[in-house]
Write a protein that binds this ligand. Structure first.
Ligand code: PEP
Ligand code: MG
Length: 881
């Protein structure tokens, strides 16, 4: 029979798939002998079965019963025993951390009967009634969908009636009455009384936690974070320890290093006399761990000892949740902590220096997505006076209009506005607005508040806990200044400063370092070291997509080993468009030859510049690809002019040509090699320009290495015609320059006949943009707006296949072409130049598939270098999470 329940002592940290992150780490801490309250974990497998069948799998309740009995024996108390009750928490915990997205119910086991037992046990009536009202509230909301506002209103009424501000000012009688009010609310909304059977409470809570995997906000969070939808959550049932037993109790969170900068030290927040999520929810302002040392030196010392044990054991930054119950410290959670992109690099580098991990491991601890975050610009040095200062929670420089409501933030962003979401504190319901915003500002909460944790995960700039600002419904005030919705704000997530108006931004130090400028600092040192290591271990080459000398030079500074795609179409735009019009309008070959003659020197000049910028490195030049209409005036404009009699004679002539060449589906029409075969001399002119440019650069003492690439080939016969013409031109113009001739593989038929094509092509480069477009039958210019959001909602794909290569489908075409191409020509050079060439997950796929290089835009070159190194170390696995 399947085992669905594991005692903490039975698990370990490698069982995250089964026990979730929280369960696996609680087990690990138990094994390390750290003070973890006893408990057990119900597996994700049980959750998946529940979600599939709508009921818990057979035998689960019995297995839970067995573990509960053992827990009761160990604690010497029975669940909900009226005289001396054991209480438990029922907590969600998925494989990947999803902060605040799923449910937790605390104090399970409290009933009308056992509340008195808890009072006697704790010596505090107030504590017992407070725990009971919390249970009814959490259970009502989570298990029975009672609106949370109803409970909030009742507690507000109680405070008002008594004339106090804080929950802690309600005494035991007030709370007893509040329990009555809560029970009424529960009955009104559910049609039944609050359950008085402890086991029933627990079983219902377990089911609710299972179900919360599919709560709307959890679904949204998973999509954002690319967490698979079918993992399910584990459920942890843990003996309660209480942080709300009075001033000698409390609860807190801590990091072994600063998660924003990676600096070693003691970072965390502590809240006295508090329970559960109070500390991260920003209900009251927390104190630092240094303050805890003053409050409870013994617990502080024990916490420091445990943090050292955990860092030593996990060999990484850990974050921790703990509770102190009457001076006794308990560990409620640990995990390898989330961190900013900068901290990830700095910490990995530090751990190598400290001898804790080696460079390979360090490289696996960072990723290309983080590196790309570090390439964002930051605020220029400014003497502008900040309006307020908060906690620097997630770095970056964000400028946008203040918006005070998550839904409005999403609406404004949809209209193209940049917004800063300003909230007192955020909660999971604010997620759509947090995703839409460029920055997030809160007045409450520390580095571990919901806003901070979520923003860091998403790479959003965030300043939180800016206590001086008073956030209202449609404005905030600070020192008498009123900031209205729509006013411009600049927030600096690296310093925590908040400015009114727009502050100019400047490039990131990491980009400046790539540019070869003299910059110093821990971050740049770490990036340099890890990238150099990636270069050493990677097998994949990294080239760039560039079609100007400037881009080529920048990419070279960023580490590109050549150009993988030089698109030649821009060389036909701007003032040169008139020449293309002439080419189309020319009747007869002579007229066309004249137009081509005029284009030739212009093209040659472009190529000389690019070949010079990439001297000594390969430059793959693609012959012209887009459909003709992109170089001609618009049909609509010309038609209107003709209809209103404003068209010149030339425009009327052009209109006829535009009508003649008009296509319903131009992306599937006369473009690429087809155009080259239809307009005589066009490709030959380009080849001539390339060969002449190479000869000129060589004559000037350079080392030009052009490669000619034919676009949109679907059949070897197309390629062969172009190749024969090109060889003739090269033999004529530059007989002693070697110019390999190869093809894009971007039409599915080309991939399927790659063996034939490789017999004449000297290299392949996958055009995965077109291959995706044609393989799926998606118009790449239309679908992302038209129906991709719906497809993402439905989970048809987790990420756009234009962003990350669809390894299963389009990837199969790639694999076939690599295999059959290499079978025909073992030394066939193969690269990729579609957008996927710079996408971290896709880079791993291309490594695994045996490509020689990836080519991507200049700014993604460092990202591709890093990921190529990681892919080599991961050796075969393409899971880059
Ligand atoms: C491609 O199709 O992937 C490609 C690189 O070519 P383009 O994007 O110019 O069509
Ligand atoms: Mg293409």
């Amino acid at each position: 029979m399947t085992k669905f329940v594991y005692a903490f002592a039975e698990g370990n940290r490698d069982l995250k798939d089964l026990l979730g992150g929280k369960g696996a780490n609680l087990a690990e801490m138990t094994r390390l002998g750290l003070p973890v309250p006893p408990g057990f974990t119900i597996t994700t497998e049980a959750c998946r079965a529940y979600l599939a069948d709508g009921e818990v799998p057979a035998g689960l309740d019995e297995e839970v019963g067995d573990h509960l009995r053992r827990l009761e024996e160990r604690m010497g108390r029975r669940l909900g025993d009226p005289a001396d009750p054991l209480l438990v928490s029922v907590r969600s915990g998925a494989k990947f951390s999803m902060p605040g997205m799923m449910e937790t119910v605390l104090n399970v086991g409290l009933t009308d009967a056992s509340v008195a037992g808890l009072a006697a046990q704790s010596g505090s009536d107030r504590f017992a009634w407070d725990s009971y009202r919390r249970l009814i509230q959490m259970f009502g909301k989570t298990v029975c969908d009672v609106p949370g506002d109803a409970f909030e209103a009742a507690i507000d009424d109680a405070k008002k009636a008594k004339g106090v501000r804080d929950d802690v000012d309600l005494d035991s009688r007030d709370l007893e009455q509040l329990v009555d009010a809560y029970k009424k609310i529960f009955r009104e909304h559910t049609g039944r009384d609050f359950p008085q059977q402890p086991r029933e409470q627990m079983e219902l809570a377990v089911r609710a936690v299972f179900a919360s995997w599919n709560a709307e906000r959890a679904v949204l969070y998973r999509r954002q974070e690319r967490i698979p939808a079918d993992l399910g959550t584990a459920v942890n049932i843990v003996a309660m320890v209480f942080g709300n037993l009075g001033p000698d109790s409390g609860t807190g969170v801590a990091f072994t290093r600063d998660p924003a900068t990676g600096e070693r030290g003691v970072y965390g927040d502590y809240l006295q006399n508090a329970q559960g999520e109070d500390v991260v929810a920003g209900i009251r302002n927390t104190v630092t761990l240094q303050e805890l040392e003053k409050l409870d030196a013994a617990s502080f010392a024990e916490l420091m000892r445990i943090m050292t044990v955990l860092e030593g054991h996990y060999k990484d930054l850990c974050d921790i949740e703990f509770t102190i119950e009457r001076g006794r410290l308990w560990m409620l959670q640990t995990r390898v902590g989330k961190r900013t992109a900068a901290a990830a690099f700095i910490i990995a580098h530090q751990l190598v220096d400290e001898g804790v991990i080696d460079l390979d491991e360090a490289l696996l601890r960072v990723d290309g997505v983080q590196l790309s975050h570090l390439m964002f610009p930051a605020f220029a040095m400014t003497d502008a006076k900040p309006l307020a200062k908060g906690v620097a929670a997630a770095p970056g420089a964000a400028v946008g209009k203040a918006v005070f409501d998550a839904r409005r933030a999403a609406e404004w962003a949809d209209k193209g506005e940049k917004v800063i979401l300003v909230r007192r504190e955020t909660n999971p319901d604010d997620l759509p607005g947090m995703i839409a915003a460029t920055g997030i500002l809160t007045s409450r909460g520390g580095k571990t508040s919901h806003a901070a944790v979520v923003a860091r995960g998403m790479g959003r700039t965030c300043v939180c806990g800016a206590e001086d600002i008073e956030v209202g419904v449609d404005r905030f005030t600070v020192d008498g200044t009123v900031v209205h919705e729509g006013d411009l704000l600049s927030i600096d997530g690296t310093t925590g400063k908040v400015y009114l108006g727009e502050i100019p931004v400047e490039p990131s130090p990491v980009v400046q370092y790539f540019e070869g400028k003299p910059v110093a600092g821990a971050l740049v040192t770490a990036v340099d070291r890890l990238l150099r290591h990636a270069d050493q271990v990677r097998r994949l080459g990294v080239r760039t997509n560039a079609d100007t000398a400037d881009d080529a030079a920048r990419a070279r500074r960023f580490g590109a080993a050549g150009i993988g795609l030089c698109r030649t179409e821009h060389m036909f735009l701007g003032t040169r468009r008139a020449l293309v019009e002439e080419l189309i309008l020319a009747t007869g070959q002579d007229g066309q030859a004249v137009a081509l003659e005029k284009l030739l020197p212009l093209q040659r000049k472009d190529f000389v510049e690019i070949l010079t910028a990439m001297d000594g490195l390969p430059v793959t030049i693609r012959l012209i690809d887009p459909p003709l209409h992109e170089f001609l005036p618009s049909l609509e404009e010309l038609s209107v002019k003709a209809a209103t009699g404003e068209a010149s004679a030339r425009e009327r002539e052009l209109l006829a040509a535009v009508r003649r060449t008009h296509e319903q589906n131009p992306m599937l029409g006369l473009r690429g090699v087809r155009l080259g075969l239809v307009i005589p001399g066009l490709f030959e002119m380009q080849v001539r320009a390339i060969a002449q440019a190479a000869a000129d650069v060589r004559a000037a003492g350079g080392d030009p290495r052009p490669e000619i690439m034919v676009p949109l080939v679907g059949a070897v016969q197309e390629f062969e015609v172009v190749r024969a013409q090109a060889l003739a031109v090269i033999a004529d113009v530059a007989p002693d320059v070697t110019i390999p001739i190869g093809t894009m593989i971007e039409v599915p038929r080309a991939a399927l006949t790659a063996g034939d094509i490789a017999a004449s092509a000297e290299f392949f480069s996958f055009g995965t943009n077109d291959l995706t477009q044609m393989g799926w039958g998606f118009s790449r210019d239309d679908v992302e707006a038209a129906f991709f959001p719906r497809y993402l909602d439905l989970g048809i794909f987790g990420v756009s296949p234009f962003e990350t290569l669809d390894a299963q489908g389009i990837g199969r075409l790639v694999r076939i072409a690599v295999e059959e191409g290499r079978a025909a020509r073992p030394d066939l050079k193969i690269g990729v130049c579609g957008e996927h060439g710079g996408d971290p997950a896709s880079v791993h796929f291309f490594h695994d598939t045996g490509l020689d290089y990836v080519s991507c835009s200049p700014f993604r070159v460092p990202v591709a270098r890093l990921e190529a190194g990681r892919a080599a170390l991961e050796g075969g696995s393409s899971d880059s999470r």
